[in-house]
Design a binder for this molecule. Sequence first.
Ligand SMILES: *Cc1c(COP(=O)(O)O)cnc(C)c1O
Length: 461
Amino acid sequence: MRYVSTRGNAPVLSFEDAMLTGLARDGGLYLPEDIPTLTTGAIAGLAGRSYEDAAFRIMRPFIGDSFTDEALQGIISNAYAGFNHDARAPLVQLGANHFLLELFHGPTLAFKDFAMQLIGQLFQDALARRGERVTIVGATSGDTGSAAIEAFKGLEAVDVFILYPHGRVSDVQRRQMTTPTEANVHAIAVDGDFDTCQGLLKDMFNDFTFRDEVRLAGVNSINWARVLAQVVYYFTSAVSLGAPHRAVSFTVPTGNFGDIFAGLIARKMGLPIEKLVIATNQNDILHRTLETGAYTKSGVAPSISPSMDIQVSSNFERALYYAYGEDANAVSDQLNDLASGGFQVSQGAIDWLRETFASGRASEEETMATIKATHLRTGQVICPHTAVGVKVANEHLGDTPMITLATAHPAKFPDAVAKASGQVASLPERMARQFEAEERVTRVTGDLGELQALIRGRLSK
Ligand SMILES: *Cc1c(COP(=O)(O)O)cnc(C)c1O
């Protein structure tokens, strides 16, 4: 299996090298040259299997000879052993034809654990085998960072630096990043918003001298291995509702476009997905793009669903690659225009996007009202991100079962949940202790040189 860059100007890599590299050297994102498909029989055959067994069958064709079958099975088994639910990704029913896919039973209570726990194990195996080490730098609006620190803490071959926007993550998110005591993980609070953090990250990747010197690796949702891990629960949930014999639809609370892009891959692999609905909060660049055909930046407005507070969705570039018929030059040209504020998507590409995705947005008031109404009607307490999804999903219900991705545990965002529903969302018992521990964090300005010096100074070797 070979991986190519969306901008067409970076080396073609194996699964393992694409995973260890993260962002391609031409600024693009890696994608498989061809998407393997599963036959109807193979999809039907996932029914009744464990999550781990299904994950192996779904991911195996993408991995080529980077990992042996035995290694991959062991890695998957380790990755999900710390989850707090035997089904890993259970479905609960919300309405006659509406289901919630609970993706928050991992160690940091958000869906990011599905991918991060897996790539922690994949990195460890690959680096140990190669006798190498890497420096992982990640930018987070909250959940990626905590999931990365949790997955990589204490691993021999990696140092981890997580940049988050100072004052813009929830207390629970911040504590999950600042309380681990392992010496190889570092939480860094940046003066700015998530895009400032993501900008610094991109600048470090584009500084090839620094990149090679510290052996920089990325675990943001641009990392293909993360997208791949997320493809699995589209299959397992759809199959439990009757796929491949019956189609299903999905609504996905969307920020950086990684999670919903995994849904597109599942569809390309042969899973019958009718609607794939993008749900955004008030930071609605994706919804506006589908409506108007113009991809234009506007500042970030902080919301009660902070993990979706972004100006630019990095993984949208992967969708554009398919929208432009896999024409890397066209993608490159468009993305260059983004630096100056935005671009008009071509007619052919916007037609493709509108055929492929539906979309909707939820205002702050609508998000709060949805938390309240869902609790009153069903007894379920949902987090604000999930509520954005439920609000938009309600506008797309029909004869096909709708699965809304519940992306975080409500206890991760207790203030918004309490304000909306009057419910106290309490943390699982096993986490309470973490929240008495001392916090460890370094505050920095948005200056690239300062940050690079800090990272150089803290490397273990
Ligand atoms: C990251 C995150 C999202 C957005 O996912 P993307 O893959 O960035 O689109 C939504 N909800 C929660 C709780 C998240 O942590």
